[in-house]
Write a protein that binds this ligand. Structure first.
Ligand code: PBG
Length: 309
């Protein structure tokens, strides 16, 4: 007889559901379980409801996770599947992200209507993005372009593009791959000129700290290199979080037992940029990320952050 199904909490967007299914499939494979050992529970978050303003104005990353965390606390779900990029850097007492799935490609993808790449867009063309990081990186490359706010899930943004509201948009390659939409990509942005957001491309799984059996079950699908990269990137972001109106990019790569991190913070117009590069042992991921955050914050100086809080 089947015992109680494990309830996998997720946002209801097609991308979130794809990530929940990937988590379920990996758990099934790792433990030889069938589909009915799991129940996928989609929940609507305030981040999904508020679509007319940029996230940086309405409260930031917590918006996508709060409802899922409440459901974890009251037992409506047993685990919560998140895009790591959307997660706050500190979690409520009693909850933990113990598990990261193998990371997808971290690059951003350009989807162009008037031209296949940002470089080839006509002078003054409009690009849609509500990410401060993408806006600043676009403006750094092409100060003549106009950047307009584009929110909503991947499908909503693509519809806006079809309606001609913008000449192009930028989305994470990871999300497009998970949705089977890579055919619409017209350019993949190189990491050195368009570094990703901390956490981009990585699925994180949150659980109740006290749940020993779930901890054991999840450990079978944890990807250690992704875990180290994320520990580093999240520590870096945590140092800079006080300035959530700052465009921030950061990316760690793990090779064997070494970790290589690159980070950059920019002014909103992309004209000012401060970079940091660190490497060390993968097991020191968090300390490396923390030190990188401190370094880039010191380089930028207090004036850079003034009035942005
Ligand atoms: N903020 C929305 C969001 N959160 C995670 C992804 C993409 C998937 C990922 O980075 O894992 C996206 C959409 C996008 O940026 O294109």
């Amino acid at each position: 007889m089947q015992t109680k199904a494990l309830k996998i909490g997720t946002r209801g967007s097609p991308l979130a559901l794809a990530q929940a299914h990937e988590t379920r499939d990996r758990l099934m494979a790792a433990h030889g379980l069938s589909e009915d050992a799991f129940e996928i529970v989609p929940l609507t978050t305030s981040g999904d409801r508020i679509l007319d303003r940029p996230l940086s104005e309405v409260g930031g990353k917590g918006l996508f996770t709060k409802e899922l965390e409440e459901a974890l606390f009251d037992g409506r779900i047993d685990i919560a599947v998140h895009s790591s990029k959307d997660m706050a850097t500190t979690l409520p007492e009693g909850l933990e992200v113990t598990t990261f799935l193998p990371r997808e490609d971290v690059r951003d993808a350009f989807i162009g209507k008037l031209a296949p790449s940002i470089a080839e867009l006509p002078h003054g063309a409009t690009v849609g993005s509500s990410s401060l990081r993408r806006q600043a990186l676009i403006r750094r490359m092409r100060p003549d372009l106009e950047v307009i706010i584009f929110r909503g899930n991947v499908q909503t943004r693509l519809r806006k593009l079809e309606e001609g509201i913008a000449a192009g948009t930028i989305l994470a390659n990871a999300g497009l791959r998970r949705l089977g939409l890579t055919h619409i990509i017209t350019d993949l942005m190189p990491l050195d000129i368009f570094p990703p957001a901390p956490g981009q491309g990585a699925i994180g799984i949150e659980m109740r700290s006290a749940d020993k059996s779930i901890r054991d079950m999840l450990s079978a699908i944890h990807d250690a290199p992704t875990g180290y990269a994320l520990a580093c990137e999240r520590a870096y972001l945590r140092v800079l979080d006080g300035s959530c109106r700052t465009p921030i990019a950061g990316h760690a790569v793990v090779e064997g037992d070494r970790l290589f991190f690159k980070g950059i913070i920019l002014s909103l117009d992309g004209q000012e940029a401060y970079e940091v590069e660190r490497e060390g042992k993968a097991v020191d991921a968090e300390a490396i990320g923390h030190a990188a955050g401190e370094e880039v914050r010191a380089k930028a100086g207090t004036k850079f952050f003034e009035g942005w809080g």
